[in-house]
Design a protein around this ligand. Sequence first.
Ligand SMILES: *[C@@H]1O[C@H](CO)[C@@H](O)[C@H](O)[C@H]1NC(C)=O
Ligand SMILES: *[C@@H]1O[C@H](CO)[C@@H](O)[C@H](O)[C@H]1NC(C)=O
Ligand SMILES: *[C@@H]1O[C@H](CO)[C@@H](O)[C@H](O)[C@H]1NC(C)=O
Ligand SMILES: *[C@@H]1O[C@H](CO)[C@@H](O)[C@H](O)[C@H]1NC(C)=O
Ligand SMILES: *[C@@H]1O[C@H](CO)[C@@H](O)[C@H](O)[C@H]1NC(C)=O
Ligand SMILES: *[C@@H]1O[C@H](CO)[C@@H](O)[C@H](O)[C@H]1NC(C)=O
Length: 388
Amino acid sequence: MFSAVITAGVSVVALASSVAAADPTYSLVFNHQGANFFNNWNFYNGIDTNNTGNVLYQTKQQATDLGLIGLNSAGNTIIKVDNKTSGVGDPTFGRPSVMMTSNYQLSSGNLLLFDAVHLPFGCSVWPAFWSQGQVWPDDGEIDILEGVNLQKNNRFSLHTLNGCKHPDASSALSSLETGSLVSTDCFNQTNFNQGCIVEVPTTASYGADFASAGGGVYAMLWNDTGISLWFFQRSNIPSDLPTDNPNPSAWPLPTAWYPTSSCDWQTFIKPQTLILDITICGNFALNVFNQTCSGNCLDLVQTPSNYDTAYFEISYIKVFQQTNGSTPSVSPEGTASPTGTQSGSSASGTSSSGGGSGSSTGAASPLMSVSTLASVFSLFLAVVFLRA
Ligand SMILES: *[C@@H]1O[C@H](CO)[C@@H](O)[C@H](O)[C@H]1NC(C)=O
Ligand SMILES: *[C@@H]1O[C@H](CO)[C@@H](O)[C@H](O)[C@H]1NC(C)=O
Ligand SMILES: *[C@@H]1O[C@H](CO)[C@@H](O)[C@H](O)[C@H]1NC(C)=O
Ligand SMILES: *[C@@H]1O[C@H](CO)[C@@H](O)[C@H](O)[C@H]1NC(C)=O
Ligand SMILES: *[C@@H]1O[C@H](CO)[C@@H](O)[C@H](O)[C@H]1NC(C)=O
Ligand SMILES: *[C@@H]1O[C@H](CO)[C@@H](O)[C@H](O)[C@H]1NC(C)=O
């Protein structure tokens, strides 16, 4: 098993340096950018049941009216915590914030890019750009970006049922990533749901340093061989990445690699809904508060000026589907029609990365996967070609 994967790794290097024609190709299926940024997202409305954060998530309309979401003069998307409303004197105050979930799901064959110039940070602030399957932790969770308080480096991680691991440090497989391995067991009951963590080696991956370095790009590629995650500082972004024809086979080693051989995603990581949110305190920021901040997390919530740096400034989020340069075959579900009627509040239920224990009301309705969309699109193309 191991040797098979190592062979794959070596042949990847050979491919990258020679036969570019054999590299998989990718087509853009979702481009969240500029005026279209907020298409295909649902807004969760209500309190932070899963993570017990001191926020009140707003509808899209409320968030727009409060100035929590919108475009800035550079054309970038702002998503922020309210920093105008005083909650002084109200111990139950939930600061207005945003939690968005995609109305489609990612699965094997997808490449995701997230380009930002500022990420939310500050004492008590806990932002994440992550994903989870329909049932937690059974269908898995992938944390692409997760910061808390004044933490310096971003940490990638998976959270799953028992049996999914990151290769340990002595494995040749772990030399196929550049990040620092923190923990190997992705099982949600190991070390209080710590997850299998790989830390990005540069402090420019989060917080004030991310912003002062001009931000950067997070990328995730999920395919048959596993899940690869990269962080590129602005000054180091591969030239093909910002184009509509990215070629991850030619990129440097991933920052984190979760190979299928030690975590069989067919079992542990089911199709994933993207989530972007900012919460405050809650079970994670509160628990690790004194590692980077002093005082009491809950004392900060009521004062708006504590949230001046609690915002995302995002250039784009793009989702690609691997096509291999040929027309993907149309699967039976390819004829599924888009649901298009998802409401943010249909999503509610159990715990996420912080390990809280909410109760599940998970009214999961069928979502259209990106590969289904690609199939529908290729069917459409086929029809167009037949007609031409
Ligand atoms: C999976 O992704 C890796 C990382 O870029 C790449 O080297 C490999 O060729 C891909 N495998 C397939 C089957 O597409
Ligand atoms: C942080 O708080 C925990 C209890 O919540 C305590 O055990 C620990 O000693 C504190 N660490 C520091 C550095 O103050
Ligand atoms: C809130 O934060 C923004 C930056 O996100 C800042 O420009 C503004 O001055 C802050 N304060 C108020 C009251 O809006
Ligand atoms: C592309 O090729 C890879 C490796 O051969 C395969 O796993 C994947 O299913 C193919 N994808 C499509 C859309 O044909
Ligand atoms: C809580 O978790 C469930 C699944 O575990 C998810 O469907 C839901 O969107 C989450 N809700 C919130 C508010 O985090
Ligand atoms: C792990 O998941 C199980 C459900 O499979 C849940 O009962 C348990 O509370 C979770 N543990 C943590 C620490 O989140």
